[in-house]
Design a protein. Structure first.
Length: 752
């Protein structure tokens, strides 16, 4: 290595790369000058002196540690880290440290063929000349993915899979005998059987499932699920276990529960829903007395204001844990899935269909077992008492949201008076939440109308309505109440009526340690992101409060979004505010829920589609029966898994939306639309069409004649010569250029 062909000397950069590579190959060893010269074959005096200079500079950089005057070793303390490898299609891979630091660039040649999501150990590369922090993968600690989805290509002597997504760096070789009948152009799921090594750089796999012809709806939806390692089939043994469940409700079981079968009860869900896991009941109270349930009658110990009419409102949740016992084959499958997955055209349920759509679903005119929170409440939504109880109900009516909304707007219908009363209560609960500092995000959800072949015929947003808010507020109330109930004094109350609210934020000095519980937590916004928000919006005249109490900041954010409503920059303000927020997750360590402004919050109301809710039901039952606190470490592991699976399911849902979006726009290539800029990146601008909300990319090379620089801080591209700006939220006119269904990629160009 000492000298290049033609007699030209090695550059300092070449020697530095070689020296760094050598120390990275021997991370725990001390290497002397002589050992370095010999290993790198530096046989000329200038090359040796250049290597000495490089080692001195690397030691000054803290990349190497000096053992003595002529010996160095890799500085493991500051230069070796563990974390997650993020693969990018453009080769700009990165390493995300476990300690939460910023991503660090990893070039393809230094990636050690790591795949997206792998846990890796890296060493930092000192690059003092260009000041770019760069890492090299030295060890792959754990493989995140062992299977891939893609298109088969079958040749005469071999076959390979062209994998989708940014996980794999290369095609996967498949022995002909491991094709499982797959043919060229078909989509398949492949299991990796051999990873790249020093002996072979190839990825080798075997087909475990042939999904079918590319472009068919079922094939594409199954491919999305398989890409995220999500199941698209239910194991037969689990289905068989569900088929053996006894659905009968014995008189003895009814006697153990509070009987709500004669109380007006109904469900309100999307029109196409099949799993009804929550119901509401309501009845008027006479003389402040609670109606008897079973053999029990209780009197309210907290009288209401004079002439205030009281109502009993029940929030009834399907008692999944009665049928799915802990540790059973059904429970293990549900625990692994952790959540139902909602793609554009289908639901992949957490529980077998017989459970989620029939046994546990609160279908009308069928007796069902529930776990319920019962409130005594007046017309102004002041809650006087509450109780937690196992119940039996019989729903009188199944409503779609649209039906209820029409009645809330004045149309006559079954139980319209009761629905309007519940809606009035819900709006009062909602107003109080925002007064207490809840952040007001009325998120719009993108939906498609789908024909019988799965093709999208219409693309639209569903907005929050009075009907959806009615259900939302009572579910929030139930979730908050049971979380406070466990956390107040360390002991869960029995099923008798309790004063409301269950706790104050100040615990009694004699209170016992709260028992292990599953909370839904949401941290405060990232201070740096709030500061970025303030900086970006200041030129437009908006003020953002970035310090102060939790309530003061959230009220400031609500005021900001209210001021922006109807203005050109509304989308910009909403997007940037949302980006400043942290993600909600599950944990046994409670920090409160910032977005809802609740000190204690959990998920109790959807055990058919979320495993944490089933965990909560089991813990509540255990504690009501006098059981000891559950193992916190075990439940924290389940919380972390549930949070991860929730994010994975959301990613799959987004990919299904992307696919349908591109499919919907495939016959509109060449057409022009009004749009607004929904994202700004170094490689171009994302634009969302105003008419149908489909989003595509205008690449940097398709912007008009200028060189654009990415101003990340202000979310804009700025032309170097003409100073033209493209900023998040700007109105823009686009033309559809390409709709690549296979890549789920929609490309726009600027309209003339």
């Amino acid at each position: 290595m000492g000298q290049r062909k033609g007699g030209r000397r090695l550059s300092k950069r070449q020697v530095a790369d070689a020296v760094q590579g050598l120390f990275q190959e021997h991370p725990g060893e001390a290497l002397s000058y002589k050992q370095v010269f010999k290993a790198l074959k530096l046989d000329t005096h200038p090359a040796k002196m250049l290597a000495v200079d490089v080692m001195d500079e690397l030691a000054w950089d803290d990349y190497l540690s000096k053992v003595d005057n002529s010996t160095y070793r890799l500085n493991m303390k500051t230069q070796v880290q563990e974390g997650t490898f993020i693969r990018k299609a453009n080769g700009k891979n990165s390493f995300l440290p476990d300690d939460g630091g910023k991503p660090i660039f990893v070039s393809e040649r230094n990636s050690m063929s790591a795949m997206g999501g792998d846990r890796v150990r890296v060493a930092m590369m000192a690059r003092r000349q260009n000041h770019i922090k760069e890492a090299i993968v030295t060890e792959i600690l754990e493989r995140k993915h062992n299977q891939a989805v893609g298109i088969l290509q079958v040749e005469k002597d071999y076959a390979f899979l062209n994998a989708e997504g940014n996980i794999f760096a290369q095609d996967i070789l498949i022995p002909k005998k491991k094709l499982k009948g797959g043919k060229t152009g078909e989509k398949a799921v492949v299991r990796i059987t051999q990873w790249p090594s020093k002996e072979s750089k190839n990825l080798v796999g075997e087909v475990i499932d042939v999904l079918g012809k590319q472009g068919e709806n079922d094939v594409e939806m199954h491919a999305i699920l398989a890409q995220y390692d999500l199941p698209y089939k239910y194991p037969q043994r689990v289905e068989e276990a569900a088929n053996k469940i006894d659905t009968g409700i014995t008189p003895e079981e009814i006697a153990r529960r509070k009987d709500f079968r004669d109380v007006l009860t109904f469900t309100i869900d999307p029109a196409d829903a099949k799993d009804f896991d929550d119901a509401l009941s309501i009845r008027r109270m006479e003389n402040g007395e609670l109606h008897p349930h079973g053999n029990e009658t209780r009197n309210s110990k907290q009288p209401s204001a004079p002439n205030a009419q009281l109502y009993e409102v029940g929030v009834h949740i399907a008692d999944v844990s009665h049928y799915v016992t802990e540790g059973s084959i059904i429970d293990k499958e549900a625990q692994q899935r952790a959540t139902s997955v909602y793609l554009v055209d289908r639901t992949i349920p957490m529980l077998p269909e017989r459970l989620c759509n029939f046994i546990c679903s609160l279908r009308p005119d069928e007796e069902k077992l529930c776990y319920s929170v019962i409130f005594i409440i007046d017309e102004d939504a002041n809650i006087k008492k509450w109780q937690l109880a196992h119940t039996v109900i019989k729903s009188n009516r199944r409503y779609a949201y649209e039906e209820v909304q029409e009645m809330l707007e004045g149309k006559d219908g079954d139980y319209a008076e009761e629905l309007r009363l519940l809606s009035q209560m819900a709006q009062k609960l909602r107003d109080r939440r925002f007064q207490n500092g809840a952040v007001k995000f009325d998120r719009e959800e993108l939906h498609f109308d789908i024909d019988e072949k799965g093709r999208p015929t219409r693309c639209f947003f569903k907005k929050s309505t009075l009907a959806t808010q009615l259900i939302e507020e009572f579910m929030l109330l139930a979730n908050r109440t049971v979380a406070e109930m466990v956390s107040s004094e360390g002991n869960l109350v029995k099923e008798g009526l309790q004063n409301y609210p269950p706790i104050t934020t100040h615990r009694s000095p004699n209170a016992k340690k709260p028992k292990t519980f599953v909370y839904r937590i949401h941290d405060q916004p990232d201070p740096q992101k709030l500061e970025n928000l303030r900086t970006a919006l200041a030129p437009m005249g908006y003020k953002v409060k970035t310090s102060g109490t939790r309530g003061a900041i959230s009220r400031g954010l609500n005021k900001l979004m209210s001021e922006a409503e109807g203005r050109r920059e509304q989308k910009l303000v909403e997007t940037l505010t949302l980006r400043a927020m942290m993600k909600a997750k599950y944990s046994t360590h409670n920090i409160g829920h910032y977005g809802l402004a609740f000190d204690y919050y959990t998920h109790f109301t959807s055990p058919i589609r979320r495993y944490p809710d089933t965990m909560v039901h089991r813990l509540l039952t255990r504690y009501q029966e006098g059981g000891r606190s559950a193992n916190q470490d075990h439940y924290e592991e389940l919380c972390e898994h549930s949070s991860q699976m929730e994010q994975t399911a959301a990613n799959a849902e987004r990919d299904s939306i992307k696919y349908k979006m591109v499919e919907f726009m495939a016959d509109k290539v060449g057409q022009e639309f009004d749009a607004h800029i929904s994202g700004v990146q170094s490689y171009g601008i994302y634009c969302e069409i105003d008419e149908n909300h489909c989003e595509g990319l205008v690449g940097m090379h398709d912007l008009d004649g200028d060189y654009y620089e990415f101003d990340e801080k202000n979310y804009q591209l700025v032309g170097r010569r003409h100073h033209r700006k493209y900023q998040l939220g700007d109105a823009i006119r686009i033309k559809v250029a390409r709709a690549n269904v296979e890549r789920r990629q929609l490309d726009f160009v600027l309209a003339d």
